[in-house]
Design a protein around this ligand. Structure first.
Ligand SMILES: [Zn+2]
Length: 433
């Protein structure tokens, strides 16, 4: 049985062995799969940019570091990240570690892989959790440590453990080009950019065991993670009319043996002309709004997700607390509360009315004005209730359930449906009459 992951889990992607002469390089993974639950969100999330996850044009994005990382390392990360400000109308404002509300939170550490939430997907994550990981082990200057090992008479291939040992003896020799590349790439994700290799038709991957084995050995990925991180193809919509850009900093390096036609891509270390163009189009400096703007809802200040057993009405009353903001484009917004069991499996149903994609659920379609702000359930008087009548599913009595709250948007005009705008879960609670 496939488990529906309803709880955000920390994915650990970690290169474990050295394949060749050099030390392994960690490929980046976006954190999409993390909160995103493939079974919830069946739409494809990847492409050149996810316009539903971009920040507002001109936004000051607050960034902080989670505990860890030397001052020197932090200064480098900040400087490299700011490269995007030259081309995008955003400000990355680095604030103190103690700031209680930030948009992007960076963890510098070992064993996490490199990854980032895509754009405003960072909002799904609690303030106590990072939205971006840098695996400092992979910032090490491989050539430097190889030379040290050679001097000691070691022969390739070298293992990761050898690298770690050398780093302990003689730390802080970084590969500046690699560190800069990774920081710029991850911050590209944090602004809404996706992997360029997912451009439709760009790469004819050989979907063979050898590829799955390669990524398992070098990155520690499961088959599912390889499918998601490597093979995912975006919809044409997300390309924003751009052409495929093999020089993009958002492109993985590809070996000839990984493709049917021997196509390969070298690691890119600089922002390409295409990268500068797309980020400038998403966040234009000379216009108030991007021409690529799509309907979005911004959910912020999410508070309690109260669930009460409402005996008078005979069901569960669910009151999510949040602020909602719309932009200038109108989409159809659904607030959805799905039921999952205490182990995190969605409760299946064929009920005609209380059903969201085959899962027991209650939902509301909201009519919203453009450029508006509204607070829900922030005062004593509740103004948004999702109600699930017990009579619809009497088999739930006495069981423990979790409520999985989500906000979806249908961009009917562009034919882009079911965009996940927010996501949160409760802890398990008992269903009683
Ligand atoms: Zn990436």
């Amino acid at each position: 049985m496939k488990k529906a992951l309803v709880i955000a889990i920390g994915l650990i992607f970690f290169g474990v062995t050295a394949k060749a002469q050099h030390f392994p390089r960690a490929n980046c993974t976006t954190l999409v799969g993390d909160a995103m639950l493939k079974e919830v969100d069946t739409t494809k999330q990847r492409g050149v940019s996810d316009n539903y996850r971009t920040w507002a044009n001109g936004q000051v994005i607050l960034v902080k570091f989670m505990p860890g990382g030397s001052k020197d390392l932090r200064n480098k990360v900040m400087a490299y990240a700011k490269e995007w400000e030259k081309y995008a109308n955003i400000t990355l404002r680095f604030v103190s570690d103690t700031a209680s509300k930030t948009h992007i939170r960076i963890k510098l550490g070992k064993g996490s892989g490199h990854n980032s939430a895509v754009g405003t997907e960072a909002n799904f994550r609690p303030q106590s959790t990072q939205t971006m990981n840098f695996d400092t082990l992979f910032f090490a200057d491989g050539d430097y440590y190889v030379k040290k090992l050679e001097a000691k008479g070691s022969k390739p291939p070298y293992s990761l453990n050898q690298l770690i040992t050398e780093m302990r003896i003689d730390p802080n020799h970084w590969s500046i080009p690699e560190m800069r590349r990774v920081v710029v790439h991850e911050f590209g994700h944090s602004l809404g950019l996706l992997h360029e290799q997912s451009y439709p038709g760009a790469v004819n991957w050989k979907r063979t065991d050898s590829i799955y084995n390669y990524y398992r050995e070098t990155q520690g990925w499961t088959k599912e993670q390889v499918d998601f991180n490597v093979f995912e193809v975006s919809s044409q919509f997300y390309t924003n009319g751009t052409s495929y850009d093999a020089k993009s900093i958002m492109h993985y390096a590809i070996n000839t043996w990984e493709t049917i036609d021997g196509y390969s891509v070298k690691q890119n270390y600089e922002l390409s002309a295409g990268d500068k163009a797309i980020i400038g189009a998403l966040y234009p400096k000379d216009k108030k709004e991007s021409a690529l703007i799509v309907p979005k809802v911004d959910i912020s200040n999410f508070g309690k997700l109260s669930v009460v057993s409402n005996t008078a009405k005979g069901g569960l009353s669910i009151y999510p607390e949040f602020d909602l903001k719309t932009n200038s484009k109108l989409g159809q917004v659904y607030v959805v509360a799905r039921l999952a069991d205490e182990d995190g499996y969605y409760i299946k149903t064929d009920n005609q009315y209380y059903n969201w994609g085959g899962t027991a659920a209650t939902y509301l379609k909201m009519n919203l004005l453009p450029n508006s702000k509204i607070s829900y359930n922030k005062t004593a008087k509740k103004n948004l209730e999702l109600f699930f009548p017990f009579a619809q599913m009497p088999e739930l009595y006495g069981r423990k359930v979790m409520i999985v709250f989500a906000v979806y948007l249908d961009d009917v005009k562009n034919g882009q449906m079911d965009k996940l705008m927010y996501f949160s879960t409760t802890t398990p609670l008992s269903v009683t009459k």
